[in-house]
Design a protein. Structure first.
Ligand SMILES: Nc1ncnc2c1ncn2[C@@H]1O[C@H](COP(=O)(O)OP(=O)(O)OP(=O)(O)O)[C@@H](O)[C@H]1O
Ligand SMILES: [Mg+2]
Length: 209
């Protein structure tokens, strides 16, 4: 469950989100579209507890403190942040999971065949190689990380923007399969990525339509 109540947010004095209210029920799949720069990523960051509202409240599964929210949600941001660690550690973020769980998310994020080509497989250190990764590889690691955390709420910001159409279709299909019972908010410019969604909103002038 995600609830935004009269939320406003500005960068300096530039108003991006204007008194916005929104209710997303558990299990809903919500798409958000809108022109570049209209504030979609900003809105997602507010839902992820990465930003604090100027006015109004964001509540996610009963939590309304941004720090508590960020613990409760899985996020794939538009430009994935990889750390100077192994692929494995970038996916698990230092938490312990059963090997079978990690293997499953690696497969779902379509990372297996690439990882098999690496000398040390999933334990390959990314520190020196982070720059050598393709945008698609980085994005798939970020998707695996989000799936690994296995939160009830999944927030996606253009999760397949760096993938070719075949890979993006297959990764998005895997995400939907994984997220059957989860609440999903998916920001994208591509309406075809939102087929079968509960509702699609357009963000314009800081408000949703
Ligand atoms: N950290 C920041 N500081 C100041 N202004 C920012 C910052 N981040 C974004 N903005 C501005 O806020 C507006 C909304 O940005 P945002 O990234 O939310 O848009 P978006 O809808 O996600 O765009 P896109 O579709 O290109 O990803 C833009 O005008 C942008 O320049
Ligand atoms: Mg954006």
């Amino acid at each position: 469950m995600i609830e935004l109540k009269d939320v406003s947010f500005s960068y300096d004095n530039k108003l991006i989100i204007n008194n916005l209210s929104l209710n997303i029920k558990k299990g809903d799949k919500i798409g958000i579209m809108g022109e570049s720069g209209c504030g979609k990523s900003t809105l997602l960051r507010l839902m992820a507890g990465l930003y604090r509202t100027d006015k109004g409240t964001v509540t996610v599964d009963g939590e309304s403190d941004p720090q508590d929210i960020s613990r409760k949600v899985s996020v794939v941001m538009q430009s994935p942040m990889l750390l100077p660690l192994s692929i494995y550690d970038n996916i698990t973020m230092g938490h312990k999971y059963p090997d079978s769980h990690v293997e499953k998310v690696v497969k779902m994020a379509r990372l297996s065949s690439w990882i098999e080509t690496l000398p040390e497989g999933i334990h390959t250190y990314l520190g020196d190689r982070a720059d050598e990764l393709s945008g698609g590889q980085a994005q798939r690691i970020a998707i695996a990380r989000a799936m690994c955390k296995n939160s009830e709420v999944l927030l996606l910001d253009e999760p397949a923007s760096a993938l070719d159409s075949e890979n993006s279709a297959s990764v998005l299909e895997a995400i939907m399969e994984y997220a059957t019972d989860k609440t999903v908010v998916h920001v994208t410019h591509q309406a075809k990525h939102l087929e079968g969604y509960t509702k699609i909103y357009v963000l314009r002038n800081g408000e949703l339509a």
